[in-house]
Design a protein around this ligand. Structure first.
Ligand SMILES: *[C@@H]1O[C@H](CO)[C@@H](O)[C@H](O)[C@H]1NC(C)=O
Ligand SMILES: *[C@@H]1O[C@H](CO)[C@@H](O)[C@H](O)[C@H]1NC(C)=O
Length: 229
């Protein structure tokens, strides 16, 4: 097996995984969702409330809800700890899973990088290590995509957060609509890049296997040739 092929595949795998980790790191620092609700106070006013959330901080914008408008920044975990527990558990789960994703990516980078510079005829936790780590990254991030969107749409997180953050009572929040933001969508390229690393190492294994077969064939044919003479 030419060592160049092995180095190249593992180096590219390390590179793809490093890009994916950078993408996920950026994703975790930006906005993930925006939820808008109609807000009715005691009077007959038609107000609205909008919550933009990242993983760790958010912004609540109220317009005539219940009477004036205002903007307030909030810390997501602090505010979630003041309402029913399900949203906080789901949100915490998302953050933990994303941390695990990053950890798996780092392991995958280390394994890939080590193999790209190590002995060309051996791999250290080689293909299997990358398969396990990068597939785990992809699966866990898919789980995050599902859990996060469920938390936003199925639970009453936003409806509970608005009165809790502003300590306002007697508002009725209705017609919730949610949009996922860039942070959420960036998890998809992360997942694709992680699977790309798996594919690269699979291709390496496949070419290694074909190469070995080609080298074995002459020895299989040799006895026949000897017998012919
Ligand atoms: C996040 O959303 C808020 C409110 O909509 C906005 O002001 C802010 O610029 C957004 N941040 C990023 C990084 O897009
Ligand atoms: C509230 O909205 C409804 C329907 O859009 C409208 O008929 C009503 O006049 C509005 N009320 C106020 C106080 O703006």
């Amino acid at each position: 097996m030419p060592s160049g092929t092995k180095s190249l595949h593992f180096l590219l795998s390390a590179l793809l995984t490093a890009i994916s980790a950078a993408v996920l790191g950026f994703a975790m620092s930006t906005n993930w969702s925006k939820t808008t609700m109609d807000c009715r106070g005691i009077g007959t006013n038609n107000g609205s409330a909008a919550i933009t959330m990242g993983l760790f901080d958010g912004l609540l914008v109220r317009d005539s809800c219940p009477s004036f408008g205002s903007q307030s920044k909030f810390l997501v975990f602090t505010e979630l700890s003041r309402i029913t527990k399900t949203p906080m558990i789901l949100h915490g789960l998302c953050v933990c899973l994303l941390a695990l994703c990053l950890l798996c990516s780092v392991l995958s980078i280390l394994i890939s990088f080590y193999n790209s510079v190590s002995n060309p005829y051996e791999t250290f936790m080689g293909p299997i290590g990358v398969y396990v780590c990068s597939s785990a990254s992809a699966c866990l991030s898919l789980l995050v995509l599902i859990i996060f969107v469920l938390n936003i749409t199925v639970t009453t997180m936003a409806e509970e957060l608005v009165p809790s953050i502003e300590t306002i009572v007697s508002v009725v929040l209705r017609n919730k609509t949610s949009q996922m933001q860039v942070g959420y969508f960036l998890v998809i390229p992360y997942m694709v890049l992680s699977l790309g690393a798996v594919l690269l190492i699979y291709l390496y294994e496949h070419t290694a296997y074909t190469h070995r077969r080609e080298q074995e064939r002459p020895t299989e044919d040799a006895p026949k040739e000897i017998m012919m003479y």
